[in-house]
Ligand binder design. Structure first.
Ligand SMILES: Cc1cc2nc3c(=O)[nH]c(=O)nc-3n(C[C@H](O)[C@H](O)[C@H](O)COP(=O)(O)OP(=O)(O)OC[C@H]3O[C@@H](n4cnc5c(N)ncnc54)[C@H](O)[C@@H]3O)c2cc1C
Length: 253
């Protein structure tokens, strides 16, 4: 039976960060991702924030991937945050840029699928140096504890023994559910989002949002935009695409 220090279940941004960090610490870590490639199943709005911690230590993206700001394929650094309160045919807009910048190092718009492939390359290379790596197209179906050993079962491979497991399989974690760490969600605890990414030439985005070449805008919508239901709308600028999203409670859809 193959053995590793740590198994990470899920190759989203959380799992890949865990793999990179563990490998930096010299651990032999293996990551299993159910999707055919990393990034295939990951969605975000999205803005990726680097926060200034109020206290203690926060591992921001640039702490995990030291070359993030120079090399990562993020879209634009967000330099303008506007909140729009909507009421029937009226709109009241507030510039929240200063509030956002107060506790943030930066926020950048990202296309998660593309960015996760970059995270995956960085984390995979670090893991390989310690005999670990990333295996895609593998779904972890069960975990069992036997004679003091932790064993992982997958639908595709032989069983694997590990010393520790990190469940990074997303908010609807199957692992947390099967191990009793979370209950089944009820429909009123769930939100549904609809997201559209539309292509627009870079110059048109700059012109329409009044931003420069290296700037980005985030517009947030509250109030009647969700027809009186809890939720909100988001509009973010990427390099040459725009991202629109509307979120509201699952039961309202
Ligand atoms: C529409 C939308 C907009 C969002 N906007 C933002 C935003 O603007 N900013 C932000 O920070 N966050 C945003 N989020 C949240 C964002 O999705 C999360 O921050 C991020 O994706 C969480 O990463 P993760 O690695 O925890 O999980 P995920 O990205 O969900 O990754 C989990 C991975 O685990 C894999 N997996 C699951 N089960 C198994 C299994 N049994 N075996 C093997 N692999 C498995 C899945 O295939 C998946 O790749 C948004 C989410 C949505 C849906």
């Amino acid at each position: 039976m193959e053995k590793y220090d740590v198994a990470i279940i899920g190759g989203g941004s959380a799992g890949l960060a865990a793999l990179k960090r563990l490998s930096t610490l010299g651990k032999q870590a293996i990551l299993f991702e159910a999707g055919s490639k990393t990034g295939a199943k990951n969605i975000s709005g999205g803005i990726l924030y680097s926060k200034k911690p109020k206290k203690g230590k926060v591992y921001n993206v640039e702490d995990i991937y030291e070359n993030f700001l120079q090399d990562a394929p993020f879209e634009r650094k967000i330099t303008k945050y506007i909140l729009h309160a909507t009421s029937k045919d009226k709109i009241f807009s507030i510039d929240l840029t200063a509030a956002h910048e107060y506790e943030a190092n930066f926020g950048c718009s990202v296309l998660m699928n593309k960015l996760n492939q970059w995270f995956s390359q960085q984390a995979g290379e670090a893991a390989q140096k310690h005999g670990g790596g990333i295996i895609t197209g593998v779904h972890v179906s069960a975990i069992r504890w036997e004679d003091g050993r932790t064993i992982i079962q997958t639908d595709e491979l032989e069983e694997i023994e590990v010393k520790a497991i990190i469940a990074a399989d997303g908010v609807n974690s199957e692992i947390a559910y099967m191990t009793g760490a979370r209950q089944k969600f009820s429909p009123n605890e769930l939100y549904q989002g609809v997201k559209v990414v539309a292509k627009l030439p870079e110059e048109i985005i700059n012109q329409r949002f009044s931003i420069g070449q290296d700037e980005g805008a985030a517009h947030l919508f509250a109030g009647d935009v969700t027809l009186n239901h809890i939720g909100g709308g988001f509009l973010y600028t990427n390099r040459d695409t725009c991202h629109w999203e509307l979120c509201t409670t699952w039961t309202r859809f």
